[in-house]
Write a protein that binds this ligand. Structure first.
Ligand code: XMP
Length: 333
């Protein structure tokens, strides 16, 4: 039987640093086979995360917003018109005509999201999209094995999203027993991603800049954040003021709460594989991005890396005991 590791099970070993202190590490990365982004961060294409205000901040940093699909076609068209050429849209593996329409309108690409992306329906969908729109970029997911990664790229995907069940609002693993620990999932998929030259997006389970550094060092080209971006002022999450300050409502796209709203009780969906909860609003998107990029830049210095490729090439991981985190957390006593 194989062993799998989460972010908390591993640590990076510092490497010799020969980079002049005034050199800024380069944070550019590849989102897809032919699309570069200025920073390796993405906001989840979820209805409580991505908003116009957040998209503006992401674009200002040179990365790409991916709109969610849990709204009317009208609303998605409005989005694409506003961000023509600068946005991705989302799709499931149905309603291909709507996806074509949005691509025709000027979306740069599409993110095909299926909870279990390794399926023949997914292959067929990617093939249909690439046939009609060879010039548009296709992100496909989610998967957590090298075999699945290979198969999606083989079907035509220009990037693959990795992560089954690590998300803050996910209960897939607890409901079904399936899901590979995220650090190992990224490492396993990264090997094939490198061979096929198809960028890897690590999706879910990121709690701080530490996880971002680990995910990138393990081979991800970019990292998708749901909860962290839901918590910012600009997110699409509903907000309310309480005695303890402002709160934002974050929910999984497979949660009961979302299903009730979206399907209005009309369609009996499958058992919920996500949850909803209120979180404290942490501040602006800009502050969050600066905090993460600050940690990443500093991490790259410890890794002796002037860019993400070098961080990956020099990465030396150590498996740590559960007391490692205890030792690592700041403490007064
Ligand atoms: P974080 O940890 O950043 O994760 O909040 C965001 C990612 O979680 C995924 N997602 C779900 N996974 N059930 C799941 O199993 C759900 O209801 C659900 N909703 C979102 C998604 O990949 C997102 O980017």
């Amino acid at each position: 039987m194989r062993y799998g590791y989460t972010f908390d099970d591993v640590a990076l070993v510092p490497q010799f640093n020969n980079i002049p202190s005034r050199t800024e590490p380069c944070l550019e990365s590849w989102l897809t086979k032919s699309l570069k982004i200025g920073i390796p961060l993405l906001a989840s294409n979820m209805d409580t995360v991505i908003s116009y205000e957040l998209a503006d901040v992401l674009i200002a940093h040179g990365t790409i917003p991916i709109f969610h699909r849990f709204t009317t076609l009208q609303e998605q068209k409005k989005w694409v018109k506003k961000y023509e050429g600068k946005t991705f849209i989302s799709s499931g593996i149905g309603k291909i005509e709507e996806t074509f329409e949005l691509l025709d309108l000027g979306a740069a690409g599409v993110c095909i999201d299926v909870a279990h992306g390794h399926s023949d329906k997914m292959f067929a969908y990617i093939e249909m999209l690439k046939k009609k729109h060879p010039d548009k970029e296709v992100i496909a997911g989610n998967v957590c094995t090298a075999m699945a990664y290979h198969d999606l790229v083989n079907a035509g995907a220009d990037a693959v999203k990795v992560g089954i069940g690590p998300g803050a609002a996910c209960s897939t693993r607890m409901v079904t027993g399936f899901g590979v620990p995220q650090f190992t999932a990224i490492q396993n998929c990264a090997e094939i991603a490198e061979k096929l030259r198809a960028p890897l997006i690590a999706d879910g389970g990121i709690r701080s800049s530490r996880d971002v550094v680990l995910a990138l060092a393990a081979g991800a080209n970019s990292v998708m954040l749901g909860k962290l971006f839901a918590e910012v002022l600009e997110s699409a999450a509903p907000k309310k003021e309480t005695l303890e300050g402002w709160k934002a409502k974050y929910r999984g796209q497979a949660s009961q709460d979302f299903q009730n709203d979206f399907y209005g009780g009309l369609k009996q969906k499958t058992v919920a594989e996500g949850v909803d909860f209120w979180v404290s609003v942490t501040g602006s998107a800009e502050t969050l991005i600066q905090e993460i990029l600050g940690g990443l830049r500093s991490g790259m210095t410890y890794g002796g890396a002037k860019n993400i490729k070098e961080l990956q090439r020099k990465a030396e991981f150590m498996i740590v005991s559960s007391s490692y985190l205890q030792e690592s957390l700041p403490r007064k006593t």
